[in-house]
Write a protein that binds this ligand. Structure first.
Ligand code: 5GP
Ligand code: MN
Length: 337
């Protein structure tokens, strides 16, 4: 592993740098990546952001997001940039498989990989690591990296502050989750003082639903929510026909799982969606219940204790049955008050 002193020396000369993040970037992934992109460009580097896939339209206002190269849509250029890069900043993921189609090129690349992340059990693809699994957001770690490790708070422009604010806001459920520490509030306050317009950011992210999306939410609440009282568990199972019927696009299902969790007494919530190429699961839990353990053990995934995800290649009904079959093993924890 490189030390911060060595990394600083490397960054003292202009470098070719690629920044990347996980498949279907969320606010934290995109916010961290754009902040890093802007910081690196401001320090004389040739930096480009390559994202593995598209991202939700509620993030499509973020400063400089239009500069992001979407890997699957521009593979030749992206591969060329990766091959020519001295450094690759890997933000908000702990294993190369989370970049989907970018995994092969990233794993063979000889570039120095800098990982800034807050997911448990990093795979170890990196040569420099700023990592803390207790951190609320990767964007908080990017803030900490710039302010404390690089001692460069004065380089945080209003645009960078906006990107970091958005990342922390989305990954903490608007400063609601247990991960929202005093340090997080202090960082947020500092980002506002550095030019992040907080009310505007909340408005852009949370009040930008399409009419379809809201109707889809109503449909799911009425027709797709199943509550298993005997396990304090609630889930939605969404078919591909549901997605087509409401014209659902990337980002439209974000937050849906939280409605299942909002029922009084519910400890575990799941959103199980037929994405055609595979079934995607999103799990949320309260307290000490390990949603990530279920995802890692049974659904090829992982994540945080209270927010985890995974996938399965079987048909939707079978995945739902499998999910329900897992619950008896956790009955005691789920019923514990
Ligand atoms: P979401 O449910 O919002 O897709 O993901 C919640 C969290 O679960 C993410 O922040 C990530 O840590 C984790 N996660 C989601 N999908 C996967 C997956 O396929 N594999 C792994 N290892 N983690 C995932
Ligand atoms: Mn994150």
């Amino acid at each position: 592993m490189l030390t911060i002193t060595t990394l600083k020396q490397i960054l003292a000369e202009p470098k070719s740098i690629v920044i990347t993040t996980h498949y279907k970037p969320d606010g934290d992934a995109l916010g961290s990546s754009l902040a890093m992109l802007l910081w690196l460009k401001a320090h004389g580097h040739q930096a480009r952001l390559i994202v593995p896939s598209d991202y939700p339209s509620f993030l499509a206002w973020m400063p400089h997001q239009e500069e992001a190269i979407i890997y699957t849509e521009n593979k030749a250029l992206a591969d060329k940039l990766i091959a020519a890069s001295d450094l690759i900043f890997c933000l908000d993921f702990n294993g190369l498989a989370r970049t989907h189609d970018m995994q092969p090129i990233l794993s063979t690349s000889q570039a120095t990989k800098v990982m800034i992340d807050h997911h448990l059990d990093p795979e170890g693809f990196d040569q420099f690591r700023h990592w803390n699994p207790e951190s609320a957001a990767t964007a908080y770690l990017v803030y900490d990296f710039i302010v404390n490790l690089l001692d460069d708070r004065s380089s945080i422009t209003p645009e960078i502050a906006t990107c970091l604010y958005t990342g922390i806001m989305t990954d903490t459920g608007s400063f609601r989750f247990q991960s929202t520490t005093v340090e997080v509030h202090l960082a947020i306050a500092d980002l506002i003082s550095l030019g992040a317009k907080n009310a505007e950011i909340h408005e852009r992210v949370y009040n930008s639903s399409s009419e379809n999306r809201l109707k889809f939410l109503g449909f799911c609440l009425l027709n797709r929510l199943v509550v298993l009282h005997e396990y304090n568990t609630a889930y939605f199972a969404i078919t591909k026909e549901d997605l087509t019927r409401f014209n659902i696009v990337t980002g439209d299902t974000e937050g849906l799982v939280n409605y299942a969790l909002s029922i009084s007494g519910i400890k575990l919530a799941a959103l199980i969606i037929d994405r055609t190429y595979q079934i995607k699961l999103s799990l949320r839990s309260v307290g000490t219940f390990p949603a990530n353990e279920i995802c890692a053990k049974y659904f090829n995934g992982g994540g945080h204790r209270n927010a985890a995800g995974g996938h399965d290649d079987h048909p939707l009904e079978r995945v739902v049955e499998k999910f329900k079959a897992v619950l008896p093993a956790y009955k005691e924890q789920l019923m514990d008050n």
